[in-house]
Design a protein. Structure first.
Length: 599
């Protein structure tokens, strides 16, 4: 058994070897790791306290933050080290799964097959190759630990053993709130493989089933209370992070339609995992009635068949595991604008894998097939999946590669995907390619802030301020939040300033100050525009406001020049002196002060 476990771990690590060459990507990695000051500085008491309290990234998952901090402590910002830990955790999860299934069912080869399929399945590449998705790996590990503790408890119920379940479940929740469905999973485990429940509604078992179910449900109430608490905290975190979409943007009927179709898509991706992308846009009303009806028909048919053959306990368990563990992320409560995500299938896929492997095993036994036949079939499937996984892991090498593949995988143009690729290309110094994809995003949604702003900002950064103006004006028009409005106004005002259109620059900075009265850029920029217009008194007022916000030497110098030009030499001298006190090497301030003192 341990030789099989070692072989499984080795094969898993071999398949994920390419991730060691991957870097961080511009898809949450910067927020989670690279630019997060509480993570990039490693483990410390201050960072630990922050991890326990933080609702950053629209989640409360302190264990995940601590894991990232530990990685930085060990490897710094060397992405290869972070990816190596993820691959190792995935291999550990696969081995843990194998050992648990074997212990619970007594079937070694079937358990190994399920674990191996889980280990090399391409649908899990996102969870392993994406540094920011550490939370799923950790949560699954502690969920498996909770299942192991529950099996120990079920063999001889007692408080000490129940507390072990509670402790492991708490750790799973502290890694990722998606573990809230674990109490329901434990009820399915009571049916199979623990068989603490009889087959429902067969012969005279109906009453017996109801009574036992009620007792086992009550047994899970403390765990359900933990799930409810975690869900409440998650709702607060998601609202603080503005991750929830309003019902006006995605009404409930559209979310229900997408949920039905997404269940079906997950099934197909498990059996035919190609193509796979990092982001699947929400259809938002584009689904046909036929697609929704076909999905409902498929789910209903499978549910009826599973119920019909419920005495084959693994069928009801597997189907229930698949359906229930997807509930938090199926989109009924919509977070973000994705229709679905590969990472969400990390646990749910196990239900279908168990159904298929156990069903195939029973079929082989009934047909008296030689052992070489299922072994060969399994080897071929595992080899094919491994090759796809090797290729898929390579797509996470860098942002441009990942986002290019994302567009290919979706197969139709999408504003979000085009914008992400354009931004990555811009960061890579490939401006012309970036502008082409920004233009595509703009054409897909002319009333969207992001493409207009990104095009305008990129053009302004390259010195093409005249070309940037129409885009930045459109960005101001279509800004949906105060933050977007402020960013667009600031960039527009700076472009005007660079073009020496000082009156328009002053007006744009004034509008920026209307939205953000304490904007340092607003006061300093308007002061510069007014100085250029020779409105020295007004300029001095703006620079004085900027200095109050941040007494930087350059701002003090401009305050002095404005005051001097306005004729207030005494205050000008004081401003020059403050600038020199902050930066004695500021030559212009020294020259201006000497000039005034010589008069």
């Amino acid at each position: 058994m341990w030789a099989l476990a070692a072989a499984l771990a080795s094969a898993t690590l071999a398949v994920y070897l390419p991730v060691l060459r991957n870097g961080f990507v511009s898809f949450d990695d910067h927020d989670y790791i690279v630019e997060n000051v509480h993570v990039r500085t490693g483990l410390s008491w201050e960072n630990t306290v922050w991890a326990m309290r933080s609702l950053e990234a629209a989640n409360w998952h302190p264990l995940t933050w601590l894991s990232h901090q530990l990685d930085v402590q060990l490897f710094g910002l060397n992405a290869g080290g972070h990816h190596a830990v993820a691959a190792l955790l995935h291999a550990i999860n696969a081995v843990f799964l194998f050992l648990l299934l074997r212990r619970a069912t007594g079937f070694t080869l079937r358990s190994l097959c399920v674990a191996a399929l889980f280990a090399v399945h391409p649908l899990n590449v996102e969870t392993v190759a994406w540094a920011s998705e550490r939370k799923s790996l950790l949560s699954f590990f502690f969920s498996l630990a909770a299942v192991a503790a529950y099996g120990w408890y079920a063999a001889a119920p007692g408080l000490r053993r129940y507390l072990a379940v509670v402790g492991c479940f708490a750790m799973a929740l502290l890694a990722k709130p998606m573990a809230v469905t674990l109490p329901a999973v434990l009820l399915w485990l009571d049916y199979w493989p623990l068989e603490r429940l009889p087959v429902p509604f067969q012969a005279k078992d109906g009453i017996s089933f109801g009574r036992r179910f009620a007792r086992l449900f009550v047994e899970k109430l403390p765990l359900l209370a933990m799930s409810a608490a975690s869900a409440a905290i998650t709702v607060v975190a998601q609202r603080n992070g503005k991750a929830f979409n309003t019902t006006g943007l995605l009404p409930l009927p559209l979310r229900l339609e997408n949920a039905l179709v997404s269940y079906t898509k997950y099934i197909f991706k498990i059996f035919w995992p190609n193509p796979l992308g990092y982001y699947y846009p929400h259809p938002a009303g584009r689904l046909t009635g036929l697609a929704v009806f076909a999905s409902l028909l498929l789910l209903s048919a499978v549910s009826c068949l599973v119920w019909r053959y419920r005495e084959r306990r693994y069928l009801l368990f597997g189907w229930g595991l698949f359906l229930v563990t997807l509930v938090p992320v199926i989109g009924i409560v919509q977070v973000g604008l994705q229709a679905m995500a590969d990472r969400y299938a990390y646990i749910p896929m196990l239900g279908l894998l168990i159904m298929v492997v156990w069903g195939a095993g029973e079929a082989c036994e009934r047909l008296l097939l030689p052992a070489a036949f299922p072994a060969t079939a399994a080897a071929v499937v595992l080899a094919a999946l491994s090759l796809i996984t090797l290729r898929q892991a390579g797509y996470w090498r860098d942002s441009v590669t990942l986002f290019t593949q994302g567009i290919r995988a979706v197969g139709f143009p999408d504003e979000h995907l085009e914008t992400n690729l354009a931004t990555a290309l811009l960061d890579a110094g490939r401006q012309q390619e970036a502008l082409r994809h920004f233009r595509i995003a703009e054409s897909l949604n002319p009333a969207s802030f992001t493409p207009h702003f990104d095009i305008g900002y990129a053009l302004a950064q390259s010195g093409a301020n005249a070309d940037a103006l129409p885009e930045l004006q459109a960005a101001v028009k279509w800004a949906g939040t105060p933050d977007q409005k402020e960013r667009a106004l600031n960039s527009l005002a700076v472009a005007y300033l660079d073009l020496n259109r000082n009156e328009e620059a002053a007006n744009a900075f004034e509008e920026l100050l209307h939205w953000q009265p304490d904007s340092l850029a607003g006061h300093a920029g308007r002061g510069q525009a007014l100085f250029n217009l020779r409105r020295y008194d007004d300029a001095a007022q703006e620079f004085a406001a900027a200095v109050r916000l941040q007494p930087a030497p350059a701002l003090l110098l401009m305050l002095g020049k404005s005051l001097e030009s306005a004729g207030d030499t005494r205050k000008a001298s004081a401003a020059y002196q403050r600038a020199l006190d902050a930066n004695p090497s500021l030559i212009e301030a020294r020259e201006r002060l000497n000039h005034l003192q010589a008069q």
